[in-house]
Design a protein. Structure first.
Lengths: 206, 349
């Protein structure tokens, strides 16, 4: 395996060496990066994770051995949108990003109680999924899902920690007079919401 | 050897504000000190603001601050200028006027020529003079590597005080100097940066935040902070917590010094940026479309960085235009907005 020995080098040199080393191998090939410094090792893990190189570490005596995989090059779609390519965690996530929209505080039309149950079930199911949405947007009555003291806000918080951006319609929280009660998500405007919807791979309406 | 040949950067591993203690650990230690309650103390350490502020009477409050660090550049005179500019900045960030300064110098006469000592002090003296303050003394002890900075007293009208605790939802965030100072200094040590790009950073670090302060005072700004060792996101977090708000910051709108983006992309990210990231991480949400190297630019430790200013939306464009017309502040930019407080303090988009 192509080996990059960073022993004796101080940050940021090990990161630069790792970055250069990855340029020497083909996509999907692995490199071995060796570090003898706890801080450098942690910074390498953070940097390689950001690169989408899936670093896996093991400790050998006083050395850290990190195996990293050169991420696949951008797809034609990603070439047009480098931001999107750079952000795919692990480089191996499904290609289509999607956005979930909560138009009301319930899921589907019909019995309100059932709709309450369904939206809770959906958010809980989402937490366990590998393919998470890029955004969950809440507008109109949907903003009530983000209010403090609700179990939906807790579920949304867990999704936010997993990297899903939670977007709450600012006009809507003003209209319902609940702005001070929003506990999760970025309170936003219609311009941002329209932009996200326009750029989404596909949109799931609850 | 005289000061012309002596490379100050050769004395240190981490220079400038990169040398700060990890912010999380510092907060933990400070929290153990007994709180101070005095009706005249307008700003204390509780809000992690830039300086302490003490009201003398209805007309005048004292702003009291200090900052010092190991070398950030090779030339002793420039190091003196930068360290002094950085120390004076805390007074400007609060809207004040520097009045008196004291030198704080740690220096080993056995390891370095005395002419270096003299050049560092001269650089500091000249900046204090430029700020319109008086250098009234100081203190020197033997130590290596060298460290230099100032203790500064400034004044302000108590009702015109600018703090980091007055951000209002709806305010627009403006940053006056580009980010990436830590990245470029690290690159300079590795000799992988163009001379003119590094020069640009040195000049930026020597630029007093005085003119930006004048614009803030003119427009009645209430909330600002200066961006230094904890990086943009570290200081933004302190502002968000002190003000009881959340902040949205647009990664693509951040002003960045020449070459810093490419360097960060290629892995030239100093350890301090990762320390700062660890500190803000629990309070930070990063949208998936944010390019990772820009996240690291946003946590890069700045030395003598710019002001992060909150401006009511209707005034934002005018304030920005006035800032951009000032020498050295042409890269000032709107970088985000203040939001009502939710569970994350910072949304990086």
């Amino acid at each position: 395996m192509y080996t990059i020995d960073t022993k004796g080098h101080l940050c940021p040199e090990p990161l630069i060496m790792a970055s250069n080393g990855l340029k020497e191998v083909k996509e999907g090939e692995k490199v071995l990066i060796i570090s003898d410094n706890e801080t450098s090792y942690q910074n390498l893990m953070s940097f390689l994770t950001d690169l989408g190189a899936n670093p896996v570490a093991s400790k050998k005596g006083y050395e850290y051995h990190i195996e990293a995989t050169k991420p696949a090059k951008s797809s034609p779609q990603a070439e047009n949108n480098p931001e999107q390519y750079c952000s795919v965690p692990g480089g191996a996530a499904p290609a289509t990003d999607y956005v979930v929209v909560a138009r009301s505080s319930r899921m589907g039309e019909g019995d309100p109680e059932l709709g309450d149950l369904l939206v809770r079930g959906y958010l809980n199911a989402l937490k366990g999924m590998d393919h998470l949405p890029t955004y969950i947007i809440m507008y109109n009555g949907g903003v009530k899902l983000s209010l403090e003291g609700t179990d939906t806000a807790l579920a949304l918080g867990e999704l936010e920690d997993k990297g899903v951006s939670i977007i709450v319609c600012g006009t809507c929280v003003d209209y319902y007079k609940v702005k001070d009660k929003v506990s999760v998500g970025r309170i936003s405007n219609m311009y941002q919401i329209a932009t996200i919807l326009a750029e989404a791979g596909h949109v799931v309406y609850l | 050897m005289d000061s012309e040949d002596f490379d100050l950067l050769s004395t240190v591993e981490y220079g400038g504000c990169s040398a700060k203690l990890p912010p999380g650990e510092l907060a933990g230690i400070l929290a153990k000190l007994p709180p101070i309650n005095d009706p005249n103390l307008l700003v204390d350490i509780e809000t992690h603001d830039d300086a302490g502020v003490y009201k003398l009477n209805d007309e005048t409050a004292l702003i009291f601050t200090t900052d010092f660090f190991p070398p950030i550049c090779s030339d002793p005179y420039e190091f003196g200028e930068i360290a002094a500019t950085n120390a004076l900045s805390d007074v400007y960030a609060m809207g004040g006027t520097p009045l008196l300064a004291l030198n704080l110098l740690m220096f080993s006469s056995a390891k370095m020529p005395l002419s270096v000592f003299e050049r560092i002090l001269r650089g500091g003296y000249d900046k204090v003079k430029e700020a319109g303050a008086l250098m009234v003394g100081g203190h020197t002890i033997e130590d290596h590597p060298p460290k230099y900075g100032l203790a500064v007293v400034g004044t302000i009208h108590p009702e015109k005080l600018i703090t980091n605790a007055a951000a209002q939802p709806g305010d627009i965030l403006i940053l006056t100097k580009p980010l990436g100072v830590g990245i470029l200094v690290a690159a300079q040590r590795l000799k992988i940066v163009r001379e003119e790009a590094y020069r640009e950073v040195l000049n930026q670090m020597k630029l007093l935040n005085k003119t930006a302060r004048d614009i803030m005072v003119k427009h009645g700004v209430k909330c600002a902070t200066d961006v230094t060792g904890f990086g943009l996101l570290g200081h933004a977090l302190k502002m968000a917590d002190a003000s009881g708000v959340s902040l949205a910051i647009k990664s693509r709108d951040l002003p960045v010094v020449s070459q810093a983006e490419q360097l960060a992309y290629d892995g030239c990210i100093p350890g301090a940026a990762f320390r700062n990231l660890n500190f803000v991480q629990p309070s930070l949400h990063v949208a998936q479309k944010v390019e990772p190297h820009l996240k690291m630019v946003a946590t890069d430790a700045q030395t003598s960085g710019g002001l992060l200013i909150c401006v009511p939306a209707e005034k934002a464009q005018r304030v920005l235009n006035e800032l951009k017309s000032l020498p050295g502040l042409q890269n000032s930019a709107i970088i985000g907005e203040v939001l009502p407080k939710t569970r994350k303090a910072i949304y990086l988009e």
